[in-house]
Design a protein around this ligand. Sequence first.
Ligand SMILES: NC(=O)c1ccc[n+]([C@@H]2O[C@H](COP(=O)([O-])OP(=O)(O)OC[C@H]3O[C@@H](n4cnc5c(N)ncnc54)[C@H](O)[C@@H]3O)[C@@H](O)[C@H]2O)c1
Length: 434
Amino acid sequence: MIVLGADGYIGWPMAMHLSRLGHRVVAVDNLARRAWDEEGGTESLVPIATMEQRVARWHELTGRTIAYEPFDLCDHDALDACIARWRPDAVIHFAEQRSAPFSMVDREHAVRTQANNIIGNLNLLFSIQAHVPTCHLIKLGSMGEYGAPNIDIEEGYITIEHNGRSDRLPFPKVPHSFYHLSKVADSQNIHFACRIWGLRATDLNQGVVYGCETEDTHLHPDLMTRFDYDSIWGTALNRFCVQAATGQPLTVYGKGGQTRGYLDIRDTMACITLTLDNPPDEGECRVFNQFTEQFSLNQLAELVTEARRQHGQETSVVHLPNPRVEAEEHYYNAKHTRLLDLGLQPHYLGNTLVDSLITLVARHTDRVDPVLLERPSVTWRAGGNEVWRQYARPERRSELASATAELVGRATRVTPAPPAGADGIHPAPAVAAS
Ligand SMILES: NC(=O)c1ccc[n+]([C@@H]2O[C@H](COP(=O)([O-])OP(=O)(O)OC[C@H]3O[C@@H](n4cnc5c(N)ncnc54)[C@H](O)[C@@H]3O)[C@@H](O)[C@H]2O)c1
């Protein structure tokens, strides 16, 4: 089994979870996320160990081995060799740039996000087809791909009647950002590959994940996963927990009616395990909406306020201008029954969980950067603002921008035509693997 993006917030606990269940786990990551943090001056509130330390500690504590392979999915030769060597039954693909604000900084970040995500995913589809066409691809998509339509959101497909005819079609998507658009492109590419090559895939439209603690991250500080609170990588719930722990008002962007699906990280582990244990048929591109509850921002702020109130502490809420372009009061009703039907038993977000998050945060308040906590550094209309410019390291940015140019160049390079055959005819040139 291969976990792509195994150094990430979800990928690392997932690699341990599958290893604990007895799977032989290969953990792939190019550490891009750590470089993006460095570029933008952000970092996990909870200190995280290196991948080498993580796998060594895991082995020491459990006797189990996670094989770490550092490479970029956009390097097709490396990815192809990995798939050919391990011949996995399943690949779980987390390895993407996953921040909506990061994709909205400027043109270069939008290009970098879409190149990284779409090319990496396409490379993977070709390698699966070439070496392990029966392998189950489990791909992490996002509920944000759907946007917030004024009708119920189905799980991937909708039957449409039009001019007296009817068809079951992919659900229409009106995404929230250039990042979410990359996920929509991935979904389309996966759907197409299943249709033409008979691959089997599950596209998980995941809601916002919260929590850091699983039965494995608990074992040792070196096994902890990241906690992001800043406006590029963090979530509103994480920001509220940090604000509550440091006695600040909770900052809700806009009117606060923005409603999304959420789930506990332990339920992410369970959802992916259930998906793995119940693979789709050959040629099937299955879609699950992976979340357990819906909340508006105002409801999340109220949950955190109430959790504090139970400890005798009053918390205030302030509304700030919304950096995003999105509906702030809207209908939202997304179906999410298919994982429940497979046996998911959700952990719901209540005061106890909010308390445990605030307790975790309180241990690390010395690492909180007040500017990154309070002020959004990217707006949808104008891109990276003065906060972004204050924190971003220009030299790192140009280094990464040239890496994007190189990546797009490599991905589209055409191999020189082979020498003409005896008949004098050149075979058609092929697109190079990378
Ligand atoms: N965290 C959430 O709440 C959430 C919600 C919905 C969907 N998702 C999706 O789940 C997946 C995992 O999210 P996460 O929060 O763990 O993100 P993360 O940023 O913490 O982890 C992603 C990992 O992938 C690696 N990576 C990125 N591009 C790569 C490449 N080209 N080659 C190799 N490695 C690469 C990064 O270095 C990073 O370690 C993402 O695809 C994300 O879009 C996450």
